[in-house]
Design a protein around this ligand. Structure first.
Ligand code: HEM
Length: 195
């Protein structure tokens, strides 16, 4: 085999990636708004009206720590939050450190495992919490497809596809899905802002 194994650092992000960046950014933002609108549309009318009225009058208090709603939540929600927070931390370390090393592979597998737990618990919550599929489950599909793309990409030696899928999932799946969880009235909001 000639030359060294390509690393993500050497192969990505390159000029062609940045050429498509704004298109993906605007497309992703639009998709986020569509998911938000779809989620609101599927809420029962009384709950939606209550939520919109609540948002209209909202003031953001200083963050503080109110773990009681998390302890009172079903186990699926607790495991979902714990694995999502773990994936946030591990994913940030992976993105910051050099790629292609043994440490990257070890951390990468633990990140994949925690993202699978996040996705599985989001499905278990259909039975435990919501009683049906809702537009937030688009994030579940994005997670499964991106993990598949990232893992099959690197198995074939396609570093660019691996990096694009995994980094895209971190930003577009984990961070945006996490931001949704902090919408006023939802559980993470109650935990951090206490109302
Ligand atoms: C930091 C990241 C995340 C946090 C803190 C978080 C937190 C939560 C919490 C607390 C809930 C349930 C309670 C509520 O609705 O308020 C929830 C629901 C949900 N989460 Fe996440 N989440 C995160 C990332 C993700 C990701 C990456 C996915 C995609 C697999 C996901 C998919 C879902 C879905 C589909 C639901 C709705 C389940 C249902 O209502 O049946 N979340 N999330």
């Amino acid at each position: 085999m000639s030359g060294s194994t390509p690393t993500i650092r050497s192969a990505w992000p390159d000029r062609t990636y940045w050429r498509g960046f704004w298109g993906r950014f605007v497309g992703g933002f639009a998709l986020t708004l569509v998911i938000l609108a779809g989620w609101l549309a599927t809420l029962p009318a009384a709950q939606r009206d209550r939520m919109l009225a609540y948002w209209a009058g909202i003031t953001v208090p200083a963050p503080s720590w109110h773990p009681a709603p998390l302890f009172a939540a079903p186990l699926s929600v607790q495991v979902h939050v714990a694995s999502a927070v773990l994936a946030l931390v591990v994913g940030a370390v992976i993105l910051l450190l050099p790629k292609g090393t043994g440490f990257h592979r070890a951390l990468g597998w633990s990140w994949v495992a925690s993202m699978i737990v996040v996705a599985v618990t989001s499905i278990v919550m259909i039975a435990d919490v919501s009683g049906g599929i809702n537009p937030l489950h688009v994030f579940t599909a994005i997670t499964v497809l991106s993990l598949w793309g990232g893992l099959t990409g690197i198995r074939r030696g396609d570093v660019r596809r691996h990096a694009g899928s995994m980094a895209g999932l971190y930003g577009g799946g984990l961070i945006i899905a996490g931001a949704f969880a902090f919408i006023p009235g939802r559980l993470m909001w109650q935990i951090v802002f206490g109302n």
